[in-house]
Design a binder for this molecule. Structure first.
Ligand code: THU
Length: 141
């Protein structure tokens, strides 16, 4: 096995573990649907976050947004890989809004690993989840 493959597998395992762990902190009293997300930044650091709901329902936010906020606060500016962990009949991919939020910091080939408590359920790239996306390059003169 090449070092690259080992590195990706190690990153995948670490990100899924972080997403699974932070999911336990989810504040989801209304939906009862806890989600954890973790992102790997350009410094090799992992940042994790959970969904945070609100009695004024639309004011709640997703786990991916929490993970991105943690990354930015820590100085990270690029997302190299993403993991999401939730328990559902089908693999839980990031919602549309979170795909766009991730797009700000991630390239089209960024892996998005989707897991549940048993482990990896699905693997996509951000470009597959959000094709023909609008991004920072559109605002360049
Ligand atoms: N949720 C996330 O945190 N991430 C997703 O990718 C999908 C949905 C949250 C939002 C809300 O708190 C709960 O899951 C039910 O929609």
């Amino acid at each position: 096995m090449t070092q690259d493959v080992q590195d990706v597998q190690a990153a995948q395992a670490a990100l899924i573990a972080a997403a699974r762990q932070v999911r336990e902190q989810a504040y989801a009293p209304y939906s009862k649907f806890g989600v954890g997300a973790a992102v790997l930044d350009e410094h090799g650091h992992i940042h994790a976050g959970c969904n945070v709901e609100n009695a004024a329902y639309p004011q709640g936010w997703c786990a991916e947004a929490s993970a991105l906020a943690a990354m930015v606060a820590a100085g990270g500016r690029r997302v190299l890989a993403v993991a999401v962990c939730a328990e559902a009949p089908e693999p839980v991919t990031p919602c549309g809004g979170c795909r766009q939020k991730l797009r700000e910091f991630a390239a089209a080939d960024c892996p998005v690993w989707v897991a549940d408590l048993r482990g990896l359920r699905a693997s996509h790239t951000l470009g597959e989840l959000l094709p023909h996306s609008f991004g920072p390059q559109h605002l360049k003169p």
